[in-house]
Design a protein around this ligand. Structure first.
Ligand SMILES: [Zn+2]
Length: 47
């Protein structure tokens, strides 16, 4: 059996919706360190 649910423990870039600040971290940030805005994972496009 193969485990397809791979979650590489690498630093992931997140981008602030409001000011565009890029935050690279292993842990998912809850808010932008610059403006406190919403952070999204750059590797997961939202449509
Ligand atoms: Zn921001």
């Amino acid at each position: 059996m193969r485990d397809v649910n791979q979650e590489p423990e690498e630093e992931t870039p997140y981008e602030c919706f409001d000011c565009g600040t890029i935050v690279v971290t292993e842990d998912k940030p809850t808010a932008c360190p610059e403006c406190g805005g919403e952070i999204r994972n750059r590797l997961t496009p939202i449509e």
